[in-house]
Design a protein around this ligand. Structure first.
Ligand SMILES: [Zn+2]
Length: 372
């Protein structure tokens, strides 16, 4: 029997011998307790793919999981976790036609069902049956069927795997940006200088919008300035909030910023965001706060200044595709290099979280492959 190239490729892609039986992974055992262990490589079904992880980024959600677990993402103990990654396909299920082994890909952390009430209204990020991927702090990760189908992307050749690993954050920020009615004639004020805040600043500068960046970490504020924020204010220099608002007003012809993005995720900074916004302004409460927290808002200002308050969450496949296109932009790539400022091997994940939390780095590229 002669095999066509197609048959041969399919045979090879199904060949389990190409991937070892076991792998190293970091497992979550409880708050603050993660362990680097050898476990079986995940099995895939006919509609899934297996990806060898090149880079997995530390992020706010993972840090929160590390510190206190996660009600949705951690269902049992011990559990795999980690979701912002890039890698190479090493095995494909036999029904997979769209992808093949050897391709470099990014899979997003979720995919909508396209069938529920919200999906029918194209509000895919609010999907009632959203499927999550979790388990990228490992040498290999299996990609669930729906994420293979709707939210896995081949990385263009001009983009390295480390840069591509930030795609999810960029998609989320692009979603938040496009919902915030930002135009060139407005001033944007961004509260927070983590990767999300910095990516908001990057999109604004890409679109030639004036930006005021507010934070409290000198290292991160320095990066904010380096990537082009027009004004950088350290909140610690203004113990009296009135002085901070006065300063912001002086930078905006006394009108206050037309758009304020809260990208820190604390009730106090949500309240600050609403107090900073100018008349007729928009406030995007982008940073998610701890469940159960509440904020106090000035009803007079909200009503008579006609403030528009919005919450924006997550991403949709449409924004992911747009974000993938943005990765080809040289300026955006230089911003990403500033955000992913450190590399650590997977076995040092705990140290990576500690560094992430201390604020001495913004995001760390964790590499399962290094020093193995
Ligand atoms: Zn849905």
């Amino acid at each position: 029997m002669t095999l066509s190239i197609r048959d041969l490729e399919e045979k090879l892609s199904d060949d389990p011998e190409k991937v070892s039986e076991t792998m190293y992974a970091c497992l979550f055992y409880g708050p603050g307790d993660i362990r680097y262990e050898k476990i079986p490589v995940p099995k895939i079904n006919e509609n899934e793919i297996l990806v060898k992880v090149d880079t997995v980024l530390t992020g706010g959600t993972d840090l929160k999981t590390f510190k206190r677990g996660h009600p949705v993402l951690i269902k049992k103990i011990p559990s795999l976790f980690g979701h912002q990654f890039s890698g190479e396909i090493v095995m494909t299920g036999k029904n997979i036609k769209k992808f093949s082994c050897g391709q470099k890909v990014v899979s997003l952390n979720s995919a909508p069902c396209l069938e529920c009430n919200f999906c029918k209204k194209k509000r895919f990020n609010l999907c009632e049956n959203i499927e999550f991927l979790n388990g990228a702090y490992a040498e290999y990760v299996s990609i669930p069927e729906r994420i293979v189908k709707y939210n896995t992307y081949i990385i263009p050749e001009n983009i390295d795997l480390e840069t591509a690993s930030i795609l999810e954050s960029l998609a989320v920020v692009l979603h938040g940006y496009e919902r915030s009615e930002i135009t060139k004639d407005k001033t944007l004020c961004v509260i927070g200088t983590g990767s999300i805040g910095l990516l908001f600043i990057a999109l604004a500068k890409l679109n030639k919008v004036k930006v005021i960046s507010i934070g409290r970490n000198p290292y991160k504020l320095n990066i904010s300035e380096k990537i082009g924020a027009d004004f950088v204010l350290n909140i610690k220099d203004f113990p009296d909030e009135g002085e901070l608002i006065k300063k912001i007003n002086s930078l905006t012809n006394n009108y206050g910023p037309e758009v304020v993005i809260e990208a820190a995720g604390f009730p106090e900074t949500w309240e600050l965001a609403a107090r900073i916004a100018g008349r007729g302004g928009l406030v995007n409460f982008f940073g998610g706060c701890k469940k159960g927290t509440k904020v106090e808002l000035d009803t007079y200002k909200l009503h008579y200044d006609e403030l528009k308050l919005i919450g924006v969450f997550h991403h949709t496949p449409e924004y992911v595709q747009k974000a993938l296109g943005l990765l080809s932009d040289n300026y955006i790539r230089s911003v990403i290099k500033n955000i992913i400022s450190k590399t650590l091997p997977l076995q040092e994940l705990k140290r990576a979280f500690q560094m992430h939390e201390s604020g001495e780095v913004i995001q760390i590229a964790v590499k399962p492959e290094e020093y193995r």
